[in-house]
Design a protein around this ligand. Structure first.
Ligand SMILES: C[S@@+](CC[C@H](N)C(=O)[O-])C[C@H]1O[C@@H](n2cnc3c(N)ncnc32)[C@H](O)[C@@H]1O
Length: 310
C-alpha cells in the first residue's frame, strides 16, 4: 500500500472511531467515583492542563492504558468522573510503580510508616533518608514520597549508579509530606488497575479495539539544535520518539482510541501526519525562563474526535 492509500485508510478509520464515541450518550463506565489527586509531583505533570484537555477525551471506551504514568493527573481526573472501569498503568520507573503498588496493596502499612515521625522536612534528615537504600517495598515507597515532597522542585533524577541525587528543596518546614485521606482514595482508585513497570511498547501490546491509550512521553525538545545534536531527555531521544509514533500508528490500525501529548516541535507534524493535531497554551515551569515561570505551546495528537468539538 502506498503512502496516500495508507493515509486515506487511516482517515476512514478515524471517522469510524469518532462515530463510535459520538453515538455514545456519554454514559459513564463505572459505578464508583473516587475523587483522588496525584500522590507525587512529576515533571511536566498534566494537572494544570486538565480543563483544556477535558473536552477532547473520549466519553466512551473500554480499557484505559497510560504507559508514561508519572503522577497520573489525567488518570485520577478520569477516575473522578467515573469513566474508568478497567485500566493498565505503567511507567519505566520501578521506584515510582512500587509506590502505586504499595498504595494499592499495603496502604495502612505505608500510612503508619509515614506517620512514624521519621519523615520531617529538614536538610540533615533529607540527606540521611536520601542516602538510605531500603529493600522493603513499604519503606521504598515512603522514602520516594518523602523525597518527592522535599527535594528541589519535586524532580526525579538518579546518578549513573542509580542513586537519587536531587538536592534538598526550599519548602516551608511544615510542608505536607502526604495526605492520608488522599492516599486512601488513591488506594480505592487502584483496586481494578493493573500496574507494571515496563517500556511503553510492551505495555500496550494487549490494547484492543475500543480501548483508550493516552501517551504522555518525555517531550521532544523545542529547539532545532537540540534535535539535530540528538539531544535526549530522560534517555528518550529521537529514536524513541519515532518508535512511539510507530506504536501510535499500530494502535490506530487496531482501532484503539489513541491520544498523545507532546511539545510543539515542528517534527510532530511530520511524525503524526494524517492525525488530528491541536495546539494548547500551557503555563509551566521552564528552566531557561529568568522568571522561572512562563508559557509554552504544547500539542496533543489524536486518531478520533469527540462530539463536543466544533
Ligand atoms: C512526561 S512524564 C509523564 C507525566 C505524567 N503524565 C503526569 O501527569 O505526571 C514521562 C514519564 O515517562 C516515563 N518514561 C520514560 N521513558 C519511558 C519508556 N520508554 N517507557 C515507559 N515510560 C517511560 C518517565 O519515567 C516519566 O515518568
Amino acid at each position: 500500500m502506498n503512502h496516500s492509500e495508507k493515509k486515506s485508510k487511516s482517515q476512514k478509520r478515524q471517522t469510524r472511531l469518532s462515530k463510535f464515541i459520538s453515538e455514545s450518550n456519554g454514559d459513564l463506565n463505572s459505578d464508583y467515583y473516587v475523587s483522588a489527586q496525584p500522590i507525587v509531583k512529576w515533571a511536566v505533570g498534566k494537572r494544570g492542563l486538565i480543563k483544556k484537555y477535558s473536552p477532547y477525551f473520549p466519553k466512551k471506551f473500554n480499557k484505559y492504558f497510560e504507559p508514561f504514568f508519572g503522577g497520573g493527573a489525567i488518570f485520577f481526573h478520569m477516575v473522578s468522573l467515573g469513566k474508568i472501569a478497567e485500566a493498565k498503568i505503567s511507567d519505566i520507573n520501578e521506584e515510582l510503580i512500587n509506590v502505586y503498588e504499595v498504595v494499592k496493596t499495603k496502604v495502612d502499612d505505608l500510612i503508619e510508616e509515614l506517620k512514624s515521625g521519621k519523615y520531617v522536612n529538614d536538610k540533615d534528615i533529607f540527606y540521611d533518608i536520601r542516602a538510605e537504600e531500603p529493600i522493603d517495598p513499604v519503606l521504598r515507597a515512603a522514602r520516594l514520597i518523602y523525597l518527592n515532597r522535599t527535594c528541589f522542585n519535586g524532580l526525579y533524577r538518579v546518578s549513573k549508579q542509580g542513586k537519587f541525587n536531587v538536592p534538598f528543596g526550599k519548602y516551608p518546614k511544615n510542608v505536607k509530606i502526604f495526605d492520608e485521606e488522599n492516599l486512601r482514595n488513591v488506594n480505592q482508585c487502584l483496586q481494578n488497575v493493573e500496574l507494571t513497570s515496563e517500556d511503553f511498547e510492551e505495555s500496550v501490546k494487549d490494547a484492543r479495539k475500543g480501548d483508550f491509550v493516552y501517551f504522555d512521553p518525555p517531550y521532544i525538545p523545542l529547539t532545532d539544535t537540540a534535535y539535530f545534536t540528538n539531544y535526549t531527555s530522560e534517555g528518550f531521544g529521537m529514536k524513541e520518539q519515532e518508535r512511539l509514533a510507530k506504536v501510535f500508528k499500530e494502535l490506530d490500525e487496531r482501532e484503539c482510541l489513541v491520544m498523545e501529548s507532546n511539545s510543539s516541535a515542528p517534527i510532530i507534524w511530520e511524525l503524526y501526519d494524517g492525525f488530528d493535531i491541536k495546539t494548547v497554551h500551557a503555563k509551566r515551569f521552564i528552566s531557561s525562563d529568568p522568571n522561572g515561570r512562563g508559557g509554552v505551546k504544547e500539542t496533543f495528537i489524536r486518531n478520533f474526535r469527540t462530539n463536543s468539538e466544533d
